[in-house]
Design a protein. Structure first.
Ligand SMILES: C[S@@+](CC[C@H](N)C(=O)[O-])C[C@H]1O[C@@H](n2cnc3c(N)ncnc32)[C@H](O)[C@@H]1O
Length: 219
């Protein structure tokens, strides 16, 4: 899979690319490319945004700047999905993550300040996606959230095949929440791990976990 990110802050992605699971799939299942709008802007002095028509605070990312950036990389508006990251978009959930992970190519458009000139969302992007009903200062964190969620669905991303198959929102748990997890010590300050998990009876453990998952998901 290839993911291209257009941003004003390509260096912000350095941290993400060093972490698993992304690091495990980079250069194999995932090719991640970062592009700065400033490198291709047709405006002088690296300008990429402008004041909003009609007045108001902040600066708006220009449509000509984004169109030129897409042209420079693809020759035109690409045929694959181009996602504008915006709090006004379709909310990201696991079903959408699975859908995006099945794509061969994906382009993410990130903005800052007041956001996109609306023509970017309506004419250059195919999708508008939000990572939640709150406003962040820029699209870099949303892009990283989306990339991380997609990357862990790619083959080889997770150490064990089990982790990722049975986790919150997975088909295996009927789209519900994962059961509680415990590790050593078996008792800490009077807080005991449920006896069933220490029983060694994998049938009972599986049953208990599914019941816990159902209870949590219904709450
Ligand atoms: C300060 S926000 C702009 C908010 C915009 N003026 C509004 O009220 O809808 C700047 C940029 O951060 C990104 N962003 C902020 N919150 C986001 C969210 N919840 N999901 C996805 N992108 C977000 C988008 O790229 C957005 O254009």
């Amino acid at each position: 899979m290839q993911i291209d990110v257009f941003t004003l802050l390509p260096h912000a992605f350095g941290w993400l690319t060093e972490q698993r699971p992304l690091a495990a799939v980079l250069g194999r299942e995932l090719d991640l490319r970062l592009f700065s709008y400033r490198d291709t802007t047709p405006l002088r002095a690296g300008q990429v945004d402008d004041e909003p028509y009609g007045g108001g605070a902040g600066m708006v990312l220009r449509v000509d700047v984004v169109a030129t950036a897409l042209d420079a990389v693809y020759g035109s508006v690409p045929e694959h999905r181009v996602v504008a990251l915006t709090p006004q978009g379709r909310q990201l959930d696991q079903a959408l993550v699975e859908e995006l992970a099945a794509e061969e190519r994906l382009t993410l458009l990130s903005a800052r300040f007041e956001g996109f000139d609306e023509r970017i969302v309506s004419h250059l992007a195919s999708d508008a996606i939000s990572i939640g009903p709150y406003v962040l200062s820029g699209g870099e964190l949303p892009a990283m959230v989306l990339i991380d969620a997609v990357a862990r669905r790619l083959p080889g991303a997770l150490g064990s095949e089990q982790s990722g198959r049975v986790e919150s929102f997975s088909e295996e748990l009927g789209g519900g929440l994962e059961y509680p997890q415990y590790t050593r010590p078996a008792e800490y300050g009077g807080w005991r791990v449920p006896d069933v998990l220490l029983s060694g009876d994998h049938g009972r453990i599986d049953e208990w976990r599914r019941e816990q998952s159902r209870t949590r998901s219904a709450a």
